[in-house]
Design a binder for this molecule. Structure first.
Ligand code: CAA
Length: 260
């Protein structure tokens, strides 16, 4: 598949994806969603030496201003539900990706854009970033997981407030309520995301994948996630990387992990 809307850059083990529909504030139309699916199902998993992924938006105004509202006019109940389910399925691919995926939020992250950022493992906000779930202004609700992930990230009270009022919040407020990991000067979001991925890239890849799996399991499997944790812990004990990590500690040298 040729990417028409997603621009990619792969350097030093980091794949940077820029959603590029600047004139529409990077709104997620059908083609963008198809490309995102292909990206996380096929393209990114096939990259040799990948340590992590950064997602950002083209231009200085928007990360992603939501699903493309102009495509909503032709929908009915069945196709509307199918559109939301397709979006959810794609965001699950991102959430369950075995390498860290970080949203570098450079502007408006609204509706499906806020939901995309929340499906990522972490969020870095530029000072001008704005977050919100404004679907109620359209007579809708969030459809790409926003009622669920916002509640997971900021708790029921704030999720209720944001989902019911449709209000936008600034980057500092998003940081205060735990929606974003860091706020950085405008334009430095991608660099900060890359810095974090580089740090994670020095750790054992199998351990990183298992940690992501266990943390996600908290939300999907409840108490059974503890079982997943001890089972994954046991599986990692037998890896070459674990032996290397322990040997490096004892020998007081940096570990050289191989993902085995
Ligand atoms: N879909 C389609 N086009 C969009 C868009 C969207 N979500 N957001 C912005 N655009 C387009 C505008 O239509 C406009 O295009 P034209 O020049 O052709 O008219 C262009 O982007 C620039 O936008 P504005 O002129 O509106 O820019 P602004 O600075 O005045 O306002 C904004 C910026 C506050 C972000 C405003 O564009 C806005 O409110 N956008 C819609 C946000 C929204 O409601 N998002 C939720 C979508 S529904 C959803 O995402 C459901 C889900 O959960 C999956």
């Amino acid at each position: 598949m040729n990417f028409e809307i997603l621009k990619t850059d792969f350097e030093d083990g980091i794949l940077t994806i820029t959603i590029s529909r600047e004139k529409a504030l990077n709104a997620l139309n059908r083609q963008t969603m198809l490309e995102l699916r292909h990206m996380f199902e096929t393209y990114a998993p096939g990259l040799e030496g990948l340590n992590g992924v950064v997602i950002t938006g083209a231009g200085s105004k928007a990360f992603v201003a939501g699903a493309d509202i102009k495509e909503f006019t032709s929908l009915d109940a069945e196709t509307g539900a199918a559109l939301a389910k397709r979006g959810q399925d794609i965001y699950f691919l991102i959430e369950n990706f075995s390498k860290p995926v970080i949203a570098a939020v450079n502007g408006f992250a609204l509706g499906g854009g806020c939901e995309l950022a929340m499906a990522c493992h972490m969020r870095i906000a530029g000072e001008k970033a704005r977050f919100g779930q404004p679907e109620v202004n359209l007579g809708l609700i969030a459809g790409y997981g926003g009622t669920q992930r916002l509640t997971q990230l900021v708790g029921k009270a704030k999720s209720m407030e944001l989902n019911l009022t449709g209000d936008m919040i600034k980057a500092e407020e998003a940081y205060r309520i735990g929606l974003v990991n860091h706020v950085v000067p405008q334009g430095e979001e991608v660099a900060k995301a890359k810095e974090i991925i580089s740090k994670i890239g020095k750790k054992a890849p199998l351990a990183i994948a298992k940690a992501i799996e266990c943390i996600n399991a908290h939300f999907n499997e409840g108490k059974a996630a503890y079982q997943k944790e001890y089972q994954n812990f046991g599986a990692l004990i037998e890896t070459e990387d674990m032996r290397e990590g322990v040997a490096a500690f004892v020998e007081k040298r940096p570990a050289n992990f191989k993902g085995k």
